[in-house]
Design a protein around this ligand. Structure first.
Ligand code: 5AD
Ligand code: SF4
Length: 435
């Protein structure tokens, strides 16, 4: 019997969140309905992430936990990057898995569910670029801040990273598909759109780049805010930087991973930029948009990283003064060049460096938040807070802001930022003073 209810559990990056939403729309169109609890669902889709350690082990233990107390189990689909990396092996390791579907094959999910219902064990890890997008139905529901994938895959082959293997080659969705989807999201209630791609700033279509796309989206009435993530430093074009100074709806926030501050390590990572070229890019971005909030990703303990290399990373953190940043311990990914490099770094050294890096990043984040106190700005309300009458939204700089207001999700309120913490701000609604 075809399942009537489903639950999609997405792990990892924002693109998985987007894919999860689209799979939900596809299954809903087939007449199934979403339920909150995985245990109750007749179909569970585990939308997995493979970027760091023990991803596959975690996925298998998540699968195991889907067995119900009476010994029965839902129909189980393993999706996402672990599915892509493991393929049919997944079903050998865990016979509970009925379906294995890679990130570019989601358009086939309903058909695979039908096959699995008849007792087959379908596996699809082909990487046909863009096919899935054509199958997804029109967007009818959207959060105030909605994701929109415009680009997928990666050709950069950083030596530590699995993405080029799990998401395939860099591919851009066509211009008009994106504009249509953005319009549908706005019609469905989105006020902000976050353009997604593994290398979003490498997006291109018929000689037009991401800056052209942003300018076109900015003309959509009712769309108030545009963001994009994640960018690669080498694709940070002058035109895109200029857009940060010109396009009012483009929010003053840029996630631009540098990974390390040491040129020796950047070279071993195959990053194709140096610390200086990265800083020069940051300089240009800041002259286009002086108040921009900068964010980044860091890896500590890449093979061969010396204390001196690590100190260069701390220096670049100080030079940029990030408003926020993500940092990770290097994790050897099977099949990537760095996994077989000599001089893998001991765990204790990595732990120590990660802690030092994170406390440095936290200092800058708190300083950034404190420097915003007193600013009059706008907050896009996204959800209710913990206390009665409290709502939570985002400032233009992506800070989480707590506001006492009767405004509903999707409304934009004028606030003064009155207090700063490490992870959030407090905003006070500005009252219009009668003249
Ligand atoms: N080990 C640790 N961190 C990694 N990242 C990607 N691959 C690895 C790995 N093998 C981090 C990078 C990237 C972010 C999404 O995840 O910092 O920018
Ligand atoms: Fe991975 Fe590097 Fe591509 Fe980013 S640019 S997805 S880190 S290979």
């Amino acid at each position: 019997m075809t399942p009537k209810t489903f639950k999609i559990k997405s792990f990892g990056c924002q693109m998985n969140v987007y894919d999860g939403e689209r799979m939900a729309e596809l299954l809903t169109e087939q007449g199934m309905s979403a339920v909150d609890e995985g245990a109750d669902a007749e179909l569970v889709v585990l939308n997995t992430c493979h970027i760091r350690e023990k991803a596959a082990e975690k996925a298998y233990s998540d699968v195991g936990r889907l067995r119900r107390e009476d010994g029965s189990k839902p129909l189980i689909a393993l999706a996402g990057c672990v599915a892509q990396a493991e393929g049919a092996e997944a079903q050998r390791r865990s016979p509970m898995i009925d379906i294995v579907v890679g990130p570019q094959a989601y358009h086939r999910l309903p058909q695979m569910v039908a096959e699995a219902t008849r007792g087959a064990r379908p596996v699809d890890t082909d990487l046909p670029p863009l096919s899935k997008f054509g199958a997804f139905p029109l967007r009818r529901r959207a959060n105030p801040s909605a994701f929109l994938t415009v680009q997928e895959g990666c050709d950069k082959f950083c030596t530590y990273c699995v993405v080029p293997y799990t998401r395939g080659a860099e591919i851009s969705r066509p211009w008009s598909d994106i504009v249509d989807e953005a319009q549908a999201l706005v019609d469905a209630g989105a006020r902000e759109i976050v353009l997604l791609g593994q290398n979003v700033n490498a997006w291109e279509h018929e000689d037009r780049g991401l800056a052209d796309l942003i300018r076109a989206l900015a003309r959509i009435d009712g769309l108030e805010r545009i963001r994009y993530t994640t960018s690669h430093p080498v694709n940070m074009s002058d035109d895109l930087i200029a857009a940060h100074g010109e396009v009012k709806k483009l929010m003053p926030y840029l996630h631009l991973p540098v990974q390390s501050g040491s040129n020796r390590i950047l070279k071993a990572m195959n990053r194709s930029h140096t610390a200086d070229s990265y800083l020069a890019t940051i300089e240009k971005v800041r002259s286009a948009r002086p108040d921009i909030a900068l964010s980044g990703d860091f890896i500590v303990g890449f093979p061969g990283e010396s204390e001196e290399d690590f100190e260069a990373t701390l220096q670049i953190v100080d030079a940029v003064r990030y408003a926020s940043a993500y940092s990770f311990k290097y994790s050897a990914r099977p099949g990537t060049p760095a996994a077989s490099m000599e001089d893998q770094i001991p765990r204790e050294v990595m732990d120590d460096r990660l802690q030092r890096l994170q406390s440095r990043i936290n200092e800058h984040r708190l300083a950034f938040n404190r420097s915003a106190v007193g600013i009059e700005t706008e907050v896009l309300i996204e959800r209710s807070g913990r206390h009665d009458g409290q709502m939570i939204g985002r400032s233009p700089w992506l800070q989480s802001v707590h506001v006492d207001t009767s405004a509903a999700p999707g409304e934009i309120v004028d606030v003064t930022l009155v207090a700063a913490g490490p992870n959030s701000m407090t905003g006070a609604v500005r009252q219009e003073v009668a003249a």
